[in-house]
Write a protein that binds this ligand. Structure first.
Ligand code: ADP
Length: 293
């Protein structure tokens, strides 16, 4: 579904057309060429390419997954919402009824300031303070998502899967970061790097590390139609969440689960394995030789 107006769509295609016709190259090529010719600076180019990338990205690739949404049950009360805002540092808190599949509103921290001015006996309920949520399909194109944020004057949307269940949350900042890079605000806390080199040359990698990044960094080619992260990949491979201490050898990489809970792998130890080691691991458990081997 393309929500952009006909004029916007027309403008976009004529822009692409102008550059294509001019020299037979894509718009991306033209931008890179302009950098070489000194017409654009190295600061401009990643942003321009970022804008063009938006049309090839989908909401599910940028969203915060369902499990990480900081949200509150409607019956919990406004004090709990305030606690979440203070402790988690997010200014908008989705409100659900029953479970996360029934998000019924969003509370914005600014709307709570008015509550502070209300005498305690007249304090409103969560339902009276929350605003209606914006729902969008998780497979929405990010360029359309940006138009929707602007058109609806909203900065946060709840992504839903094909069955209407909540699959994640995306904000305007997630989209803008694709263009300008990471934006850190006053309340952001430092996250540990997803790939950390250890003194012996091996690595600690997050279970959330994207396969694409792992492939690029460690020169392997792990591919899946179902999942995007290395943690998800190992779960797909085994059909369960692997436990701490389990080891997998894939395309010469030896991956040992360092930290996992019932639902996900948090950290893995990664070592470049010798060919002999790979054979040992496969002989011990043939299931480890599945996708990508
Ligand atoms: P905030 O500064 O209030 O966190 P931003 O729109 O600047 O809001 O978002 C910063 C990051 O936090 C984004 O990646 C966004 O997806 C994420 N985020 C925003 N609100 C929540 C929330 N309630 N739960 C989980 N992640 C959130």
């Amino acid at each position: 579904m393309d929500d952009s107006s006909p004029q916007e769509g027309g403008f976009w295609s004529s822009l692409v057309g102008i550059f294509k016709n001019k020299n037979g190259h894509t718009l991306e090529d033209a931008i890179r060429e302009a950098l070489r010719d000194g017409e654009l600076t190295s600061h401009d180019v990643p942003m321009l390419l970022g804008v063009l990338r938006l049309q090839r990205l989908y909401v599910h690739e940028l969203m915060v997954p369902r499990t990480d949404i900081v949200c509150c049950e409607v019956s919990a009360g406004l004090d709990e919402v305030c606690r979440l805002i203070v402790e988690e540092g997010h200014s908008r808190i989705p409100i659900f009824e029953g479970d996360k599949d029934s998000i019924i509103g969003i509370i914005h921290s600014k709307d709570l300031l008015g509550v502070l001015l209300t005498p305690p006996e007249k304090r409103p309920e969560i339902r009276e303070v929350m605003r209606p949520p914006l729902f969008i399909p998780e497979n929405k194109n990010v360029r359309d998502m940006l138009h929707e944020f602007l058109k609806r004057r909203q900065h946060l949307a709840i992504a839903v899967d094909e069955y209407g269940g909540t699959s994640g949350l995306i904000t305007l900042e997630d989209v803008i970061e694709e263009i300008v890079g990471d934006i850190e605000d006053e309340h952001d806390v430092d996250e540990p790097d997803e790939i950390q080199e250890l003194p012996d040359g091996s690595h600690l990698v997050s279970g959330r590390l994207e396969l694409e990044e792992l492939n690029e960094r460690f020169l392997v080619n792990l591919i899946s139609d179902q999942v995007e992260t290395i943690g998800g990949y190992l779960c797909e491979l085994t059909g369960r969440v692997p436990k701490q201490g389990e080891t997998f050898t894939l395309q010469g990489l030896r991956l040992t689960v360092k930290e996992a809970d019932k639902k996900q792998i948090r950290w893995l130890h990664l070592k470049t394995a010798s060919p002999g080691m790979a054979q040992d691991a496969l002989a011990a458990d043939p299931s480890k030789a599945k996708p990508g081997e």
